[in-house]
Design a binder for this molecule. Structure first.
Ligand code: ADP
Length: 259
């Protein structure tokens, strides 16, 4: 593992994600970090496909509990709707149980967790105990772009695919390209709730960057606002390969490159 490299944004993009294959050289815990709408969910889905490790989204887990109408869902429903964070103990427990599942043995991608200092402290302890190598990928996006993105966001309720009315619309308006389901707007993607979510991020979550730095966790800064989702995935993979978190088997020309 190369120490001190934290300049993902500065590295040239010299390959696209389609050319990148795993295997994983270590057991990475990739924390996708950034404000609501910075592209964490999109990048997590793409990285999951390339790296073949599970995507753990606390937002998706909470929405599944709300949908199921169970005890966790009932505690979380009103908080999600208003853009507030749910209690630390609740999400910490969900994540601890999820990480103990067998598919997490070769690595995980975390999306939307941790979001508070308490969550970060609990998580880093857990990851250290279970032998994960932790890296933070910080997606940096301008606030105005974020509001525009979130208010134009639509999601498939069946497969979870995200669409953007401006940059990635579905082929048929209002219908998922993959399974034909009617797309929905999330309750919390209304402008007043978006502002609340951004405030929560600024107050509770952004300060975690210092916490990660103090804990010696590598942080890659990626510009998440000025390239296509595929190019951003390429930049993230570049940084992870360069720093030894994942291995590359295949170069852009198809030749095998061993680490
Ligand atoms: P986004 O990152 O765009 O806000 P998410 O799906 O990650 O979307 O989160 C949606 C909502 O779920 C949050 O506004 C919050 O209410 C709740 N939530 C998700 N993850 C956490 C977490 N780690 N801690 C507390 N609340 C969370």
């Amino acid at each position: 593992m190369r120490d001190g490299f934290a300049a993902g944004a500065a590295r040239p993009l010299n390959r696209l994600p389609a050319k990148i294959t795993s295997p994983i050289s270590v057991k990475p815990a990739i924390i996708l970090f950034g404000s609501p709408g910075s592209g964490k969910g999109t990048q997590a889905k793409s990285l999951r496909q390339h790296l073949k490790i599970p995507h753990i989204s606390t937002g998706d887990m909470l929405r599944a509990h709300i949908e199921a109408g169970d005890h966790v869902g009932n505690q979380a429903r009103a908080l999600l709707k208003s853009g507030k964070l749910v209690p630390d103990d609740l999400v910490n427990e969900l994540v601890e149980i999820r990480i103990a599942e067998p598919d997490c043995r070769s690595g995980i991608i975390l999306d939307g967790y941790p979001r508070t200092v308490n969550q970060a402290a609990v998580l880093l302890k857990l990851l250290g105990r279970d032998g994960f190598q932790t890296v933070v990928v910080h997606l940096i996006v301008d606030c105005e772009i974020i509001v525009a993105r979130l208010s134009g966001r639509r999601q498939c309720p069946v497969c979870g695919t995200l669409y953007s009315l401006s940059t990635h619309p579905p082929k048929v308006a209002g219908v998922c390209d993959l399974d034909g389901a009617t797309l929905v707007t999330r309750d919390d993607d209304r402008e007043s709730v978006i502002r609340e979510r951004l405030d929560q991020y600024k107050m509770q979550t952004r300060p975690l960057l210092n916490h990660f730095r103090d804990a010696g966790v590598s942080i890659f800064e990626i510009n998440g606002g000025s390239a296509s989702p595929e190019e951003i995935t390429g930049q993230i993979c570049d940084s992870l390969i360069f720093s030894g978190f994942i291995a590359r088997q295949e170069s852009i020309s198809g030749a095998s490159v061993s680490k």
